[in-house]
Design a protein around this ligand. Structure first.
Ligand code: DX5
Ligand code: ZN
Length: 219
């Protein structure tokens, strides 16, 4: 199974964002961009001006995670920004989920569907075979620095088992409270893309923090 580290710039230094992106270019696999609208989740973050600016410096793929209402209104614009992975919440798209996934894939961008910890994993089963990836939130979407919810490991294993049972492709991304303390069981359960905000940026040395995550995952 592959292992990709996707640091979330939500915890980066926004006054030195170019510097932080260059560090990620040399050490991470993806750059995770958390877009929040203050309605779908109780927080605001950033939008196109930041994703456009990051795209000018990023040499590794950008992974945008939309925590917004009516994601279908904005996905095209984020793809114009150059994102290569694009996810939105099932809670926001509902019955429009399949069509939205297909429209993202039609542009050659990896399409992902995300769920919060209180949404049954079985809600994702209908999209196995359509989505390129599934984003399992291991905290409630909205804020960096929250405590990891342990149940997430079993939720990932449950989704992984169904993907394997159907013999379909489908990558699992996990987001929220990921650290050296939980990355190994998450990887073992079937997660392959690991979003990490605080554990990468808060110690002041993102390069070593990313290295530590990779080492911990393989232990
Ligand atoms: C939360 C975001 C996460 C967040 C992760 O809504 O989706 O990507 O930045 O931050 P940590 O790793 O600090 O939980
Ligand atoms: Zn995220």
């Amino acid at each position: 199974m592959q292992l990709q580290i996707a640091p979330s710039i939500l915890s980066a230094d926004f006054l030195n964002l170019g510097r932080d992106i260059r560090t990620l270019n040399s050490h991470a696999d993806l750059i995770h961009l958390d877009v929040m609208d203050g309605v779908q989740v109780p927080n605001l973050s950033f939008g196109f001006s930041v994703t456009d600016a990051v795209s000018k410096v990023a040499s590794i793929p950008m992974d945008a995670h939309l925590m917004i209402c009516s994601p279908e209104k904005y996905t095209e614009r984020f793809m114009d920004s150059g994102v290569k992975y694009l996810s939105f919440h099932y809670e926001a798209a509902g019955r429009g989920t399949r069509r939205l996934l297909e429209s993202i894939r039609a542009r050659g961008v990896k399409a992902g569907v995300a769920i919060d910890p209180d949404v049954s994993v079985s809600k994702l089963f209908p999209y196995i075979g359509t989505a390129d990836f599934f984003l399992i939130m291991s905290v409630f979407a909205g804020f960096g620095g929250q405590k990891f919810i342990y149940d997430s490991i079993d939720r990932i294993a449950e989704l992984r088992a169904e993907i394997v049972r159907r013999g379909a492709p489908g990558v699992i991304e996990v987001d929220g409270g990921v650290s050296t303390g939980n990355i190994a069981p998450l990887h073992e359960a079937g997660a392959e893309i690991f979003v990490a905000g605080s554990s990468v940026f808060k110690g002041g040395d993102p390069a070593s923090a990313i290295r530590a995550l990779r080492e911990a995952a393989s232990k």
